[in-house]
Design a protein around this ligand. Structure first.
Ligand code: HEM
Length: 452
């Protein structure tokens, strides 16, 4: 089964340098397109089996894995190949730029980069330890696609950003990727031993991501729906709003970092704000829930609480998806996110820190695998993140990714950490992440691709 499944679904490929190549097929050259995809499957794509063998090898010898490659098709890609039956989830069939899809998650096509607003038939993801390794594979794959008459529409570079503890962070400066649904027995065992699983069970069934590949004609061949969203981050706007929130909450000096932690649900170093009122500088814990936190430590609207309320309820857990995002940095940063100094006041921020921060040109390539786009990504974005009334009326939207009219409702912040005697503070926090474009794809099985 693992030999017929693409890598990166059950476990992140982990390479710090990536490239997403978006392409359009030539419907008049179906045979050539099929041949190119067969060749990709036979010679380039990294199977789950190979990825896991390389991971084992790395643990023993520290030898890094080979260049990682995965292939994805959109609904128009299947149509161009003339393949039936194809994956048939309504969102996938409609595509991300379809008016109904846009409306469902309150995306605004006017803000999309032209490359993403056009018909995209497929995408190749390349990952490697070095940029030159990525470029080498890019050359081979571009040639293959070009020979089949495919047009390359856009190439999107992604690069991991690390903090001083060598942990991956995003551009606002926070540890990202710590909490994931774990699908492999050995990953679950590792996590349970090193981090614990008494309060949050990180183990999920394979159906957190896998569906039978409808076009493979083989019950043991699986694929996964895939979301790609280019999300631009206004770092200056976000970090300045953190300072304004710190003022509104009466936080001074070192305590000011609490403001951002209340927005994200974790301090920059990954310490969950439901567990502590300052950063602890340890390996970020993940064995926690909000069972004894009525919103006075981690607010209900905080990014991580809103997208994973961490109840043991199986229906709620069924919305959790393996995320595989990576930052992009198109405008080089004056100082890396990990070296941005802490501000002592809003005036100090405006004077010394603001000039160091970008208002755009950087962000997150949000990528995730889904068993069901409707039950996982759409549910999370529409019914949790964008919904000002989840989990209770007037909670406010997710301050990082929430979009739509709910932004008019100010979120309510604890007046003191774990101190319900202090009055709560109403303060609006949103609008610093902008969707620049994306698509819904399917990661087909190798069985399907090899038999095209
Ligand atoms: C620029 C956009 C985004 C930024 C800056 C961001 C940032 C973060 C950070 C810092 C964390 C904490 C690290 C961790 O627990 O892994 C996190 C976790 C998470 N994010 Fe995001 N994120 C973004 C977009 C999204 C989107 C679009 C979704 C889904 C629709 C999402 C879903 C999640 C989930 C499910 C978690 C894990 C929560 C948990 O299990 O506790 N994020 N994100």
């Amino acid at each position: 089964m693992l030999q017929c499944l693409q890598g990166n679904i059950l476990k992140a490929h982990g390479r710090p340098e990536t490239l997403n190549i978006f392409f359009r097929l030539d419907p008049a050259q179906q045979l050539q397109s099929k041949r190119a995809l067969r060749e990709l499957a036979n010679y380039h794509i990294t199977t789950a089996d190979k990825q896991l063998r390389e991971t084992e090898q790395f643990k023993k010898t520290k030898k890094p894995g080979s260049t990682f490659v995965a292939a994805f098709l959109s609904a128009t890609g299947y149509a161009a190949l003339g393949v039936a039956p194809m994956p048939n989830e309504p969102l996938f069939v409609a595509g991300m730029s379809d008016p109904t899809s846009l409306a469902a998650v309150k995306d605004d096509l006017a803000g999309w980069e032209a490359a993403f607003a056009q018909q995209i038939d497929g995408m190749i993801l390349i990952g490697d330890m070095t940029r030159s390794g990525v470029d080498h594979k890019r050359f081979e794959i571009s040639k293959l696609l070009g020979e089949a008459g495919a047009v390359i529409l856009h190439e999107q570079v992604g690069s991991a950003v690390k903090n001083h503890a060598d942990v991956g962070i995003e551009h606002f400066g926070y540890v990202d990727g710590r909490s994931q649904p774990l699908l492999l027995t050995e990953d679950i065992a590792d996590e349970t031993t090193t981090a614990g699983s008494a309060r949050w069970d990180p183990s999920f069934g394979l159906n957190a991501a896998l569906v039978q590949d409808p076009a493979a004609n083989d019950p043991d061949s699986f694929g996964s729906y895939f979301i790609f969203r280019k999300l631009e981050q206004n770092v200056l706007g976000f970090k300045r709003r953190e300072q304004e929130l710190a003022d509104a909450l009466g936080l001074n000096d070192d305590a000011r970092e609490l403001a951002g932690a209340l927005v994200v649900g974790r301090f920059e170093d990954g310490t969950p704000v439901t567990m502590a009122d300052d950063s602890k500088g340890q390996v970020p814990p993940n064995d926690f829930n909000y069972g004894n936190d009525p919103g006075s430590r981690c607010p209900f609207h905080a990014h991580i609480r809103k997208v994973n309320p961490r109840h043991a309820d199986p229906f709620e857990r069924s919305h959790i998806m393996p995320r595989r995002g990576i930052p992009f940095t198109e405008t080089p940063r004056r100082v890396p996110p990990s070296d941005v100094p802490d501000a002592k006041s809003l005036a100090d921020f405006d004077q010394t820190i603001a000039p160091l921060l970008p208002t755009g040109g950087v962000g997150l390539l949000f990528m995730a695998y889904n068993r069901s786009l409707t039950d996982q990504f759409l549910f999370t974005q529409q019914l949790w993140a964008n919904n000002q009334d989840f989990p209770a009326p007037n909670t406010g939207i997710n301050p990082i990714i929430g979009q739509g009219p709910g932004a008019a409702v100010a979120q309510t912040w604890p007046g003191g950490w774990d101190d319900t005697t202090k009055p709560a503070v109403a303060f609006g926090f949103s609008g610093f992440v902008t969707m620049r474009g994306g698509e819904y794809f399917f990661a087909p099985s190798l069985t399907f691709l090899k038999n095209l």
